[in-house]
Design a protein around this ligand. Structure first.
Ligand SMILES: *Cc1c(COP(=O)(O)O)cnc(C)c1O
Length: 428
């Protein structure tokens, strides 16, 4: 494949945008080489500026769960654009998507819309602090909750990939209020509660981790967190920015049968436009302004274009809930195919999968927390990534990301992907 135009566009972008990108993982730093620039996407495929075609396994990092250019979403956005792109005044659309989200997700009475997953998580923590009148929070090493200061304390994803877990610019004052626990390790959490009595406002967690590869919770882990929160008067926040409206209509809460107090959403909920949200029962949400004292706002929050897109997406998912099973089945097929090929090789590997989230790690030890995820061999990952790319398969350009399948991907596409995988393996 030729990447001449992408290379030229990247060079041009680097002159005016730091690193040429607006989000670090896009720059291919973890895998080397030049990022491809996209001209267009349709269904399961990406088309770059040099005319190359790829099967897309990131789906805009999740939002395009039904594939690119899903017609009802496109139509909804076009129709709304004709009527105005933003008012800063309430619309019925906001109530409609709120009602639908509350119908689909268990255990929430009210929802507030924001513009990104970062904003959702940042606001959820403020709300939890306001509700409990406490300051400290517990997060898990390797979990990612967006780039707000309180979370850039050894965060996963981008920050991990670049080996700078603590970002400069985050103050010591902020860092001291974020306590770090180990994923799938209840004792690490219990110890923090013991060492900080009556000080912990909330635990925030990805109920199925997706930002250190895919790491499912071990049986009983989330239930134990629920118990510890209840015992200690803390709020349990499920960050469902990735899992929400992907694993099931009701997200991880529904699938795993554990109730959170506050839930955050992003990615799928906007159908490809910038939307985040946080939700909880009335008692908690009514602490938020303008009802209560905890301030939170946004000029473009509940933007009509974004709400039209999100509403069309959630409506489609609500009406065709078999899509969640279909996606999980496709992902299981990919899993089995990769497993069959790797089992015959001499390469060390772990495949983690939960529903339609999957990741491949080049290590011989089970991946169940950040430390075990970090053991993966990145040299092998780089070769694997580029081997797949040149054969027309676009994977996440970092070993710490899970793949996001979309429903436009056919079994034929998956077979093509597995053939590419077989060929790539010969080069590893
Ligand atoms: C993507 C992600 C975020 C951040 O969302 P943005 O829209 O990128 O700000 C937060 N939490 C999780 C679990 C995510 O996967």
């Amino acid at each position: 494949m030729r990447y001449e135009r992408s290379s030229a566009l990247f060079a041009q972008a680097k002159r005016v945008i730091p690193g040429g990108v607006n989000s670090p993982v896009r720059a291919f730093k973890a895998v080397g080489g030049t990022p491809i620039f996209i001209q267009e996407a349709k269904g399961a495929y990406l088309f770059d500026e040099d005319g190359n075609q790829y099967i897309d396994f990131i789906s805009s990092w999740g939002p395009l769960i039904l594939g690119h250019g899903y017609q009802p979403v496109v139509q909804a956005v076009q129709d709304q654009a004709e009527k105005g792109t933003s008012y800063g005044i309430p619309t019925e659309l906001e109530t409609k998507i709120a009602e639908l989200a509350i119908t689909m997700a268990p255990n929430i009475d009210k929802i507030r819309f924001v513009n990104s997953g970062t904003e959702a998580c940042m606001s959820a923590v403020r709300l939890a602090r306001g509700f409990t009148d406490r300051e400290k929070i517990i997060k898990f090493s390797g979990c990612y909750h967006g780039h707000s200061d309180a979370f850039l304390i050894q965060a996963g994803s981008g920050a991990v990939t670049f080996g700078s877990p603590n970002s400069p610019g985050v103050t010591q004052g902020t860092a001291k209020d974020t306590l770090l626990a180990t994923y799938n390790n209840v004792d690490s959490v219990a110890q923090l509660f013991k060492a900080n009595p009556d000080e912990i406002a909330a635990i925030i967690i990805e109920p199925v981790a997706g930002n250190m590869g895919c790491i499912p919770p071990e049986p009983g882990f989330l239930e134990s967190l629920r118990y510890l929160c209840d015992q200690n008067g803390a709020v349990l926040i499920f960050d469902e920015v990735m899992t929400g409206f992907r694993l099931a209509a009701g997200g991880a809460q529904q699938l795993l049968g554990v109730d959170a107090d506050i839930v955050t959403y992003g990615k799928v909920i906007g159908g490809g436009l910038p939307v985040g949200a946080f939700a909880a029962r009335d008692e908690i949400m009514d602490v938020l302004a303008p009802v209560g004292p905890v301030y939170q706002a946004g000029t473009l929050s509940g933007n009509p274009l974004a709400m039209a897109s999100g509403l069309a997406m959630l409506t489609a998912l609500h009406e065709q809930q078999e899509v969640f099973h279909r996606l999980a089945d496709k992902t299981a097929y990919l899993h089995q195919g990769i497993e069959d090929i790797l089992a015959k090789s001499r390469i060390d590997y772990q495949i983690n999968r939960f529903g339609s989230m999957i990741s491949l790690h080049f290590t011989d030890t089970p991946v169940k927390d950040f430390a075990s995820a970090a053991k993966g061999d990145n040299q092998t990952f780089k070769k694997y990534f580029h081997g797949m790319l040149k054969r027309g398969v676009y994977l996440p350009p970092s070993a710490f990301e899970s793949y996001f399948l979309n429903d436009a991907t056919s079994y034929k596409d998956l077979d093509t992907t597995l053939e590419a995988f077989s060929e790539t393996l010969k080069e590893l």
